[in-house]
Design a protein around this ligand. Structure first.
Ligand code: MRU
Length: 359
């Protein structure tokens, strides 16, 4: 494990401005990520089912952000219970159906289940102030995520030699977290420290998280990424312009296998072939020691229409079918470093992951 450089040195006013979730005290406001980059609109969710629908429909997306949204969804569900529910145990059983609907919103990112487990634990130990305790926990989940991201930014950037180029996939920035981002946090910190000289971002078909979200986010910071088609990754690596592939994760298994946005796996294969290093950046809430390997991860499949249509218009011949898995698993052997807020794990495998979990 490496020790953390000073994460407080970065100018967060410049490098950490976007917020995808805002708790108003009455409602959860979500930056509608379906409409970015040309419309910056917040949608207010006033009940837990609206939060579950927002997670399912990708109004809020990114593993840490959907965990935080779900925690606030539990707070909203709690508000719908009558004042006569004074005992935490009764609240727990009455809230359980809402928690299960939140849990079912998306299957792959473990942060969703992790955040709901934290909310359940609060209910299991709270007294008569269970409503306030749930709210404090949702706040803590968001606060801890932001702190984790800032620390991972410093840790990950320290691995990158000055003057390097990086390639990232999907959106792992402020939009996918409480703020700053995971892989994109490393990229922000690396650019600020003068270590990263070139940033490439994939389009991330079919939902275009890279083209629509990552490019927009980095532009807010004055960082100009170069967009590439997903299929241009290997060619870019071959050109020698990138030294690291820096990506996030939706779930890291007990052996280090990592689920992330579809297309990460072929990029990791190409990276190994070309001597480009692979860094996975994720908070410990993404680590799932209960799943032994990537084979145990449920891979979400979304509407094939995402492939058949472009901006609502069909672009594929009638009658053609499509298959749309939206995550893939990168085997741990292709990963050079996993960066969490607890440190850097090099060449992850089951034994190193076990030591990480124990420490
Ligand atoms: O389908 P999405 O947009 O929720 O997928 C997001 C990703 O795959 C991210 O890389 C991952 O959640 C890490 S976000 C910090």
């Amino acid at each position: 494990m490496h020790t953390a450089p000073d994460a407080t040195a970065l100018d967060f006013d410049r490098y950490d401005r976007v917020r995808p979730l805002r708790w108003t005290g009455q409602a959860l406001e979500l930056l509608d990520q379906r409409r970015l980059p040309f419309a910056v609109d917040y949608l207010a969710c006033t009940d837990s089912d609206a939060v579950a629908a927002a997670i399912r429909d990708l109004i809020v997306r990114g593993a840490p952000a959907i965990g935080i949204a779900a925690a606030w969804g539990v707070v909203l569900a709690a508000r719908a219970l009558p004042a006569s529910v004074t005992q935490a145990a009764e609240a727990a059983s009455r809230l359980e159906p809402a928690l299960q609907r939140l849990d079912a919103a998306r299957p792959t990112a473990v942060n969703l289940r992790w955040a709901l487990a934290r909310m359940r634990r609060v209910l299991a130990t709270a007294g008569a102030d269970w409503r306030a305790a749930l709210e404090r926990e949702a706040e803590a989940i968001a606060r801890e995520d932001l702190a984790a991201n800032r620390r991972m930014g410093a840790l990950g950037a320290a691995l990158i030699a000055p003057g390097s180029g990086v390639l990232t996939h999907c959106n792992t920035g402020s939009l996918a977290t409480a703020g700053f981002g995971t892989a994109l946090g490393v990229i922000r910190a690396g650019v600020a420290a003068g270590r990263i000289a070139r940033v490439f971002a994939t389009e991330t078909r079919p939902w275009n998280q890279g083209a629509r979200l990552t490019a927009w986010e980095l532009a807010q910071d004055g960082i100009a990424p170069t967009l590439i088609a997903d299929s241009a990754g290997a060619h870019l690596m071959r050109s020698g312009r990138v030294q690291w592939l820096v990506v996030g994760a939706d779930r890291i298994c007990a052996n280090g296998d990592t689920a992330n946005k579809i297309g990460t796996y072929p990029l990791a294969i190409a990276a190994r072939h070309h001597g480009v290093k692979v860094m996975v950046v994720a908070p410990s809430s993404t680590v799932d020691m209960a799943t032994a390997s990537g084979d145990g991860i449920e891979i979400e499949e979304r509407d094939p229409g995402e492939l058949l249509r472009f901006r609502g218009e069909r672009v594929v011949a009638d009658g053609v079918q499509a298959w749309n898995p939206v995550f893939d698993v990168t085997p741990h052997a292709l990963i050079d470093a996993i960066v969490t807020e607890r440190g850097v794990l090099e060449r992850p495998d089951a034994a190193r992951m076990q030591a990480f979990a124990a420490g």
